[in-house]
Design a protein around this ligand. Structure first.
Ligand code: MN
Length: 147
């Protein structure tokens, strides 16, 4: 099966553009497309998320691993206690239980492909109290304060 990619809209034929999350997690201006939903010998889901300029994904952690590749634009990624600039082509491995968040805070879209196991634990949202503690790190404070 081939799903043709539309370079104007960053969408694929026959793939719905969905709300990023529907569990009341905090996020801003993020869409989700599920490109592949697992097969018997590849029990993985392959998704494309896109953060609109100024938006951000949920600050979260979980037991499952993410394999991420930036596919569109640029922004920043919080990984544990570090903040990194990321752009198209960069690969990011997010190990179990590491806090992470993506922000489109560089005046551009931030789109990324993300591989996860079909069978995975629920997301744990980083609490405001934990975030306040993390903001003692100046790099993280700057990251979280850019809207
Ligand atoms: Mn995650």
């Amino acid at each position: 099966m081939i799903r043709k990619f539309n370079q104007e809209t960053y969408t694929w034929d026959g793939v719905d553009t969905l709300v990023y999350k529907q569990d009341n997690s905090p996020f801003k201006d993020v869409t989700r497309q599920v490109l592949f939903d697992g097969a018997w010998d590849i029990p993985c889901q392959f998704r494309y998320f896109e953060v609109q300029p100024g938006g951000y994904s949920t600050m979260e952690r979980h037991e499952h691993t993410h394999m991420v590749m930036i596919f569109r634009g640029k922004g920043q990624c919080l990984l544990g206690d570090t903040v990194e600039d990321v752009q198209e082509g960069d690969m990011i491995e997010i190990p179990k239980l590491m806090a992470h968040q993506f922000r489109a805070n560089q005046g551009d879209h931030l789109g990324f492909l993300c591989l996860v196991n079909v069978d995975r634990d629920k997301v744990q949202v980083i609490t405001p109290e934990e975030q306040a503690e993390m903001m003692e790190n100046p790099a993280i404070r700057t990251f979280l304060e850019i809207e």
